[in-house]
Design a protein around this ligand. Structure first.
Ligand SMILES: NC(=O)c1ccc[n+]([C@@H]2O[C@H](COP(=O)([O-])OP(=O)(O)OC[C@H]3O[C@@H](n4cnc5c(N)ncnc54)[C@H](O)[C@@H]3O)[C@@H](O)[C@H]2O)c1
Ligand SMILES: [Zn+2]
Ligand SMILES: [Zn+2]
Length: 420
């Protein structure tokens, strides 16, 4: 079969022949019909430092998919050839303490599909039946592939009381955007969407956000406090992993409110525990992955009921062998005025990709302060083509002795010192 293979340590991947996997006794063999790129895939593709120690090339990339079962192992009991399935990314063992006490999503021996094992950016993929999810045939194949981030959002939304409450979602990437859609349908009274990229805010609005705030241009705390008559929000969802978002989010959380922490900071961050949490008598909860398989059932119901329109996140399609174009496109366009994400689908083998993620390699660099300084100085020597990206997403590292280094999703431009 053909597959997108990370052949060796380092950036990039290769589209090449790879042995078609054979299903074991309890495995199913799936012909991939749709698959999606997520932030983890981008990191693996770019060989980001956060992931490079975990990945052992050569391996097939990818973990989000939907496809048709074409072969089942002898001991597979509940799935049949022809069923349309997706797979849980978190490959739980089913035997450890966590798994046996209903917490398989935080399994002690967790493996990740497409990170610790071969993935699904291929014509075929094999998985154990206990990690598969049987899709309703009415759900479009691309949407079925994209259930994972929606599932994350469902898990996060389930951790707080939404109905009749005001909520602030900090970080309107795909997961934050899905969450906004859920909060809308779960009956939030007012939904604030905060991001530093206008395009993401537009998406947040499309998904049901009531008040959209660009943190790189507006005073987030002031705006939200004004809109809530000085009280603050009932629920703060941290969906960006960026330090400023933690700070602003906790500041606008009303005393006695609930903070749901989902974003993953790329390094340790500072929390004012006394003022943000203790004095506020706040409820703080971390949320990881999806509950297995309770979240999948809920997610399927949400899709069936049309409560969240995932197709709004799917705008472009690429063929499998165009994967490098798709990755580059995702990096270049995730903040553009036109695209949200990519979808790709093969006519025969079937394949789709929609990277709706990826803002920046270094989250600590994504601070509005740094971007602000950069704007005000005006990057005169920067080519206009790049300027567009700088305006919306670039992170600028101040390094006067070497000139400023402008970093955006793995691409680095060296600029003369005068830009600082
Ligand atoms: N807890 C989990 O199980 C889990 C699973 C997957 C992803 N994640 C993390 O959840 C977060 C959201 O995932 P995603 O795929 O939507 O990511 P994403 O990177 O596409 O979205 C993050 C969004 O946050 C915005 N942002 C950056 N700085 C901000 C700031 N200061 N204030 C407000 N917004 C800011 C970005 O512009 C972007 O739109 C990421 O941090 C990701 O690493 C967690
Ligand atoms: Zn994913
Ligand atoms: Zn386990």
């Amino acid at each position: 079969m053909h597959a997108v293979v990370k052949t060796a340590p380092g950036p990039g991947a290769v589209f090449e022949q790879w042995p078609t996997p054979k299903p074991g006794l309890r495995d199913i063999l799936v012909r991939i019909e749709a698959t999606s790129i997520c932030g983890t895939d981008m990191h693996i593709y770019d060989w980001h430092e956060s992931i490079r120690d975990k990945v052992k090339p050569p391996m097939v990339m990818g973990h989000e998919f939907a496809g048709k079962i074409i072969e089942v192992g002898k001991e597979v009991s509940d799935l049949r050839e022809g069923d349309i399935v997706s797979g849980e990314t978190h490959i739980f063992c089913g035997k450890c303490f966590q798994c046996r006490t209903g917490n398989a999503h935080i399994c002690e021996r967790m493996l990740l599909r497409g990170v610790d094992t071969d993935g699904c950016f291929a014509e075929y993929h094999v998985l154990n039946e206990q990690h598969a999810w049987l899709n309703d045939r009415k759900i479009p194949i691309e949407v079925a592939s994209a259930q994972e981030p929606l599932g994350n959002a469902v898990h996060a939304a389930s951790a707080a009381e939404i109905s009749g409450n005001t909520v602030a979602v900090f970080g309107c990437g795909p997961i934050g955007a899905c969450l906004i859609g859920l909060c809308k349908s779960f009956g939030a009274t007012k939904i604030f969407g905060v991001d530093i990229v206008d395009y993401r805010l537009k998406l947040a609005k499309d998904m049901g956000g009531d008040v959209l705030i660009n943190g790189s241009q507006q005073d987030v705390v002031k705006e939200i406090m004004r809109e809530t008559d000085g009280r603050g929000v009932d629920v703060f969802f941290e969906m960006s992993g960026a330090q400023p978002s933690f700070e602003e989010g906790f500041k606008v959380l009303r005393p006695g409110g609930t903070a749901i922490l989902f974003g993953l900071p790329s390094k340790k961050i500072e929390l004012d525990v006394a003022n943000w949490i203790v004095f506020k008598d706040a409820h703080v909860r971390g949320v990881f992955g999806r509950r297995l398989f309770g979240t999948w059932y809920k997610t399927a119901e949400v899709l069936k009921a049309g409560q969240v329109d995932l197709s709004k996140l799917i705008t472009h399609r690429f063929d499998l062998e165009e994967f490098s174009k798709a990755f580059a496109f995702g990096k270049d366009h995730h903040v553009s005025e036109q695209e949200t994400c990519l979808v790709r689908k093969f006519e025969n083998a079937g394949y789709c990709i929609y990277p709706f993620i990826f803002l920046g390699e270094d989250k600590e660099m994504q601070t509005r302060r740094i971007c602000g300084i950069y704007y005000s100085s005006g990057p005169k020597n920067v080519k206009s083509g790049i300027l567009h990206h700088l305006k919306v997403s670039v992170a600028v590292k101040m390094a006067p002795e070497h000139g400023s280094t402008v970093i955006r999703t793995g691409v680095v431009w060296k600029l003369p010192c005068s830009h600082t």
